[in-house]
Design a protein. Structure first.
Length: 463
């Protein structure tokens, strides 16, 4: 038993020695590789100068030397090629960071520039084609020919008949004046003849003033028959939009009995914002479509741009005219109107999403190189394009330059951060320079005191 125990112990020692022999060379090779890596890192660090040390959680917490941040974390070195704003305020960002920020760019170009305006409009009556029927004599309505609102009427079509005692009296007076003229026509006195003619003329004019047709007056003169009622006819082709007439109703002169609208041409009202007004003008073509008639387009023109602004909605009213021969356009309908604005030739264009608007300034970021962006102030004019997402540039950019269209807010925040760090570093440099100057002045004072003491001691020895 003792021999077996010794044998097992010897075999174990041999196996352990063999394992140490096989593993030891590998362990010795590792320190050699880590040492080479450290030497490479030191060489790289010598090539890049460290400007300051920064806290990983607070970029504005900076130090002149390595150490711990306020949160107890190791400070991160910031090298010369990574920090600060470049010349002319160029923002420098690591290309890897730029890619993770999702920054997109586009090229500034030139081209024809216009704006397509789309808005909702409402169809209304043509105010120039509205007619009111109102009698010039008082009387009773004896017969109605147009007895409901919405009825279509033709020009010259009878609307109603009205009885008026004044009208009967005026016809009888006209017949008396006519007979009197015939009786005095053979008189030897010219004054009597002229008086008869004047009386007939005034009687005739009175009937005309009451809108009695000339045909009715001629019929009265030929037949001598006095008519009891006066017939009122429609002055235009149109539709009755208001009716205030009932058979047997007594109406006074000036009462609005009918209102007739000519719908052969309608007005269309739309409201545009003030910044859209420069794109339109009187006489400009307008297109309209209705949801009630899908696929059909109506063509009209701008008739009038109102010279004042709606205070509540902050918009300007525009009136358009559209022909309506088939009466498909009905007042009160809503419609969609499209206006193609004027064209500006050879305009310098940039997407509106590329512009940072601060109220006073308009800023874009111009790509200078990989990871370098220049903030630049520009002057802009109208906004338009196919989808109203393009801006015309007046100054500040050139054709062919690349500008940032997405992620510029991140670049802007980075530039502000770097600007703040630069100011903090400058303040530290000023304090250091002031301290150095103070130390120099103190040293000079100490030297002067030592010189004075030396002179005094030498004077004592001489004495």
């Amino acid at each position: 038993m003792k021999f077996k125990f010794i044998l097992i112990l010897v075999i174990g020692m041999v196996i352990s020695a063999l394992g140490v022999y096989l593993v030891l060379p590998k362990r010795q090779s590792k320190p050699e590789s880590t040492g080479s890596q450290k030497s490479q890192e030191k060489a790289e660090q010598k090539e890049h100068k460290i400007i300051y040390w920064q806290a990983p959680m607070d970029p504005t917490e900076i130090y002149d030397h390595a150490g711990k941040s306020k949160m107890g974390m190791d400070l991160i070195p910031v090298y010369e090629d990574q920090a600060g704003l470049g010349s002319e305020g160029v923002v420098k960002i690591d290309p890897v960071t730029v890619q993770s920020m999702g920054i997109r760019t586009t090229t500034v170009r030139r081209g024809d520039f216009s704006r397509k305006i789309r808005t909702v409009a409402i169809i209304a009556y043509n105010e120039e084609k509205l007619y009111t029927i109102s009698p010039k004599i008082s009387g009773w309505i004896e017969k109605l020919y147009v007895d409901y609102t919405g009825k279509m009427v033709k020009k010259g079509e009878p609307l109603l008949e009205i009885y008026s005692p004044d009208l009967v009296t005026a016809q009888e007076e006209y017949l008396l004046a006519l007979n009197n003229k015939k009786a005095v026509s053979q008189s030897s006195f010219s004054s009597i003849r002229k008086g008869g003619e004047s009386l007939l003329k005034s009687s005739r004019q009175r009937l005309l003033y009451w809108d009695i047709p000339q045909t009715e007056i001629d019929h009265l003169q030929q037949t001598g028959e006095v008519r009891k009622t006066l017939q009122l006819n429609s002055p235009v082709d149109g539709v009755v939009i208001h009716k205030n007439a009932v058979e047997g109703l007594f109406v006074k002169e000036g009462t609005n009995i009918y209102k007739i609208a000519d719908l052969s041409k309608v007005w269309v009202y739309a409201s545009l914002y003030d910044y859209e007004i420069p794109w339109i003008k009187d006489g400009q073509k307008a297109e309209m479509d209705l949801s009630y008639l899908p696929g059909k387009k109506f063509t009209g023109r701008i008739a009038y741009i109102y010279p004042y602004l709606n205070k509540k909605a902050r918009d300007v009213r525009v009136r358009m005219e559209f022909p309506n021969p088939s009466l498909e356009l009905k007042p009160g309908m809503y419609a969609n109107v499209t206006l193609q604005g004027k064209v500006i030739k050879d305009a310098l264009l940039v997407p509106s999403e590329a512009i940072l608007r601060s109220g006073k300034r308009n800023i874009v970021f111009v790509v200078r190189d990989k990871g370098k962006f220049e903030p630049r102030e520009i002057r802009i004019a109208e906004e338009g394009g196919p989808y109203n997402n393009t801006v015309r540039v007046l100054s500040g950019l050139s054709e062919g330059e690349d500008v940032v269209t997405s992620g510029q807010f991140l670049i802007d925040s980075e530039s502000r951060l770097q600007e703040a760090i630069q100011k903090m570093l400058e303040e530290k440099k000023k304090k250091v320079s002031q301290n150095n100057q103070g130390d120099k002045s103190m040293n000079m004072k100490m030297d002067m005191k030592m010189d004075n003491k030396m002179d005094m001691s030498s004077d004592k020895k001489n004495n």
